[in-house]
Ligand binder design. Structure first.
Ligand code: FMN
Length: 261
């Protein structure tokens, strides 16, 4: 059990953990001297670790360190609304890439950002397969195009291939395939990939969702097994690489209709 309980030497009985725990694993009855932890419903969200002013939550084997807000900063102080808003507006789906590969440690940074995305019930099943080998990417592109339902789309993609273009992965140096043993992880993967794509942009990288590849790998288990070796559920595919395009402005987007009742 990675969350072990409360260090009574440090605990000041402020009861923040009792209030904060979403599955109510902490308690302190009137006659009790210390807060008691019963981990039977614990989902390892770590909110107790985050909220404890005394750092009194004991845990083990969480495979990560904590990120301490220096000077007790509020997260809103980490980045301004304007900076974040403009960064989000500037995010583009990149379809032109430089051929050079991204160093492993930089890809690692992108994937590392994904681990902090929220997931339903704090389930953490996400796995990633990276295609960096150009020949293997080409074979995957061919198999996806061959499996496309619409003959018209298939033909137009093949014509683009004849011109040396990759109409599925845009000759990106890397293709990241996200999968999980749990088919209900789709939303979790979508959010994690969004985190990763934003993280990638902060590192000067570009990315693009590849719904075509996701759809084919999802609907054709034989292609998935043969070309990726994945036996569980493919829930998202994206390209990654250095953009070979420069944008001068962010395009306009329609407003979201909002109703309040
Ligand atoms: C779920 C999803 C699937 C997508 N699939 C593809 C795809 O297969 N190929 C592609 O070129 N772009 C794909 N895109 C990118 C969209 O076309 C793109 O987001 C849209 O054109 C708006 O451009 P922007 O992302 O630069 O704002 C996908 C986007 C999402 C969110």
């Amino acid at each position: 059990m990675p969350i072990i309980g409360v260090d009574v030497e440090k605990c000041s009985n402020c009861k923040e953990c009792i209030e904060e725990c979403p599955t109510k694993n902490f308690s302190m009855e009137e006659k009790q001297e210390h807060i008691v932890f019963d981990g039977s419903r614990c989902i390892l969200c770590g909110h107790c670790i985050a909220v404890c002013p005394e750092d009194a939550i004991k845990y083990d084997n969480m495979k990560d360190t904590t990120f301490i807000f220096e000077g007790n900063k509020d997260p809103s102080e980490l980045i301004s609304y304007e900076a974040l808003h403009n960064f989000l507006r500037a995010k583009r789906s990149i379809r032109q890439y430089k051929p050079n590969k991204v160093p492993k440690e930089i890809i690692g940074k992108v994937i590392n950002s994904m681990r902090y995305a929220p997931t339903g019930a704090n389930m953490r099943n996400l796995k990633c397969l990276i295609f960096s080998n150009d020949n293997k990417k080409k074979i995957l592109t061919d198999s996806i195009i061959n499996a496309l339902e619409s003959g018209e789309v298939r033909e137009s993609f093949r014509k683009r291939q004849e011109k040396g273009l990759d109409p599925i992965f845009y000759n990106a140096p890397h293709v990241l395939i996200f999968y999980s043993k749990n088919p209900w992880d789709t939303l979790n993967v979508t959010i994690a990939m969004t985190y990763g794509m934003l993280s990638a942009q902060s590192l000067g990288l570009g990315s693009c969702w590849i719904g075509f590849a996701h759809g084919i790998l999802q609907d054709h288990p034989e292609i998935k097994k043969k070309f990726t070796g994945i036996e569980t559920y493919v829930l998202g595919v994206m390209t990654l690489g250095y953009p070979a395009v420069k944008y001068f402005r962010a395009p306009p987007r329609p407003p979201i209709e909002v109703k309040e009742i």
